[in-house]
Design a protein around this ligand. Structure first.
Ligand SMILES: *Cc1c(COP(=O)(O)O)cnc(C)c1O
Length: 400
């Protein structure tokens, strides 16, 4: 019988995967929160101060974004009703793309449904089986998905190690690849450190490689008018996402007009999906209009981050190479990290534990993400709670 080849329980693999994660204490689950304002949430009946959101400028509840989302909905409806190439391109999509391209100092921009969709599908469209990708070891999963989907040869260089990158480029330039592509993030999501965009741009030009940068955590926060770190340099494709500092949803790529034409024609993740809904376009447009005047917020955010890093180091925490609003509290062991997150939660601080496989084995951490809406009093509360959590005797912390 053919059926004998199939295990009796066709979902045995699901049980096995869930059991393995349960055993390793890596089973993920969802927990709902109820947002109160830009930094406070209600969770399990307790008000908690949120240090784990990517709403770096507190825009997700900004009146101008809400008003624009409402106005665009009233005027254009709740859905775009079709893909961009069918009848889903409204003037509001085109105007937003023109405005984004100008703000990023590029010829063109193209909207995508999300950062994950952009990375996983644009990279697949740019690469083929005879291509070589050189990619920072710590890039986001969506980038890895795009590379894997392309079937390209794939080498990861040590995090931010541009000497190793150059050595690999040198070797590659003597080999017969159809194309070379360098991909990295400008601000790393789990460490809050930055890539050297000037040096990357120079290397890409020297070795005739396509340079692809993901600015998910830089957009809104760093660079001229908050438009990221890539703008002043020659970079072929820059990805920005709107779900983080822009307080909305969706993503875009900034590139040449020619690359935009290519992606419109050859990127399935653009072609075969419904256009962004009017409410989202309205919110993004409002955020983009606000960007230039949010300079004081960006400066305060960076000052707070600097202050917090200093205080964390004073009480004995390692914050790695962070230079931005993302500050890891490097703990190492998974259980200690979970215990600390729980102890903070009990004290009204929401700060999520990040564990393998999201980060490397032995580098479990609490990922703190600051918002311009945090006040010095909020930071003081965080430091106070961390002190209390770590001053408990070890054996007690272990049982929390
Ligand atoms: C969040 C993130 C994405 C995904 O963006 P979404 O719009 O949330 O899908 C992509 N790349 C990086 C580096 C990110 O941090």
């Amino acid at each position: 019988m053919i059926f004998s080849m199939v295990q009796k329980d066709k979902f045995a693999f699901v049980d096995a995967a869930l059991a393995e994660r349960t055993q390793n204490q890596q089973l993920r689950s969802l927990e709902a929160i109820d947002p109160i304002d830009a930094v406070q949430v209600m969770q399990r009946g307790q008000t908690r101060l949120n240090f784990s959101s990517n709403d770096y400028l507190g825009l997700a509840k900004h009146p101008a974004l809400i008003a624009a989302a409402q106005q665009y909905t009233a005027q254009y409806g709740t859905g775009a009703t079709a893909s961009r190439l069918a009848t889903g391109t409204y003037e509001i999509h085109q105007q937003l793309e023109t405005k984004l391209a100008a703000a990023c100092e590029r010829e063109a921009a193209l909207l995508f449904s999300s950062g994950f969709q952009a990375n996983s599908t644009i990279l697949a469209a740019l690469l083929d089986r005879r291509s070589l990708v050189l990619c920072d070891r710590w890039v986001h999963s969506s980038i890895v998905q795009g590379i894997l989907a392309s079937g390209a040869r794939f080498i990861r260089y040590r995090h931010n190690d541009l000497n190793q990158l150059e050595a690999k480029l040198k070797t590659a330039s003597t080999q017969a690849y159809s194309r070379l592509l360098i991909v990295t993030e400008t601000v790393f999501s789990m460490d809050g450190d930055q890539a050297d965009v000037a040096a990357l741009s120079q290397l890409a030009q020297q070795y005739n490689a396509i340079l692809y940068l993901d600015e998910a955590h830089a957009l809104g926060v760093l660079g001229q008018n908050g438009m990221g770190l890539a703008a002043p340099y020659s970079v072929d494709l820059t990805i920005g996402t709107f779900g983080k500092a822009f307080g909305a949803f969706g993503a875009f790529v900034a590139c040449s007009q020619k690359l935009r034409d290519y992606l419109m024609n050859c990127c399935p993740g653009f072609i075969y999906t419904t256009a962004l809904p009017p409410a989202v376009v309205g919110a993004i447009d409002a955020a983009l209009s606000l960007m230039p005047e949010l300079e004081p917020d960006r400066q305060r955010l960076m000052q707070h981050a600097e202050m917090l890093r200093t205080q964390l180091q004073e009480i004995g925490f390692e914050t790695g190479a962070s230079t931005t609003q993302i500050i890891p509290l490097l703990i190492g062991s998974e259980s200690k990290t979970l215990n600390l997150a729980q102890s903070l939660a009990d004290q009204g601080i929401l700060a999520t534990a990040i564990r393998p496989p999201t980060v490397a084995q032995g580098t479990s951490r609490i990922r703190l993400a600051l918002s311009a809406a945090h006040t010095p009093a909020h930071l003081a509360q965080l430091i106070y709670s961390l002190k209390l959590s770590t001053e408990l005797p070890q054996d007690i912390t272990a049982c929390l």
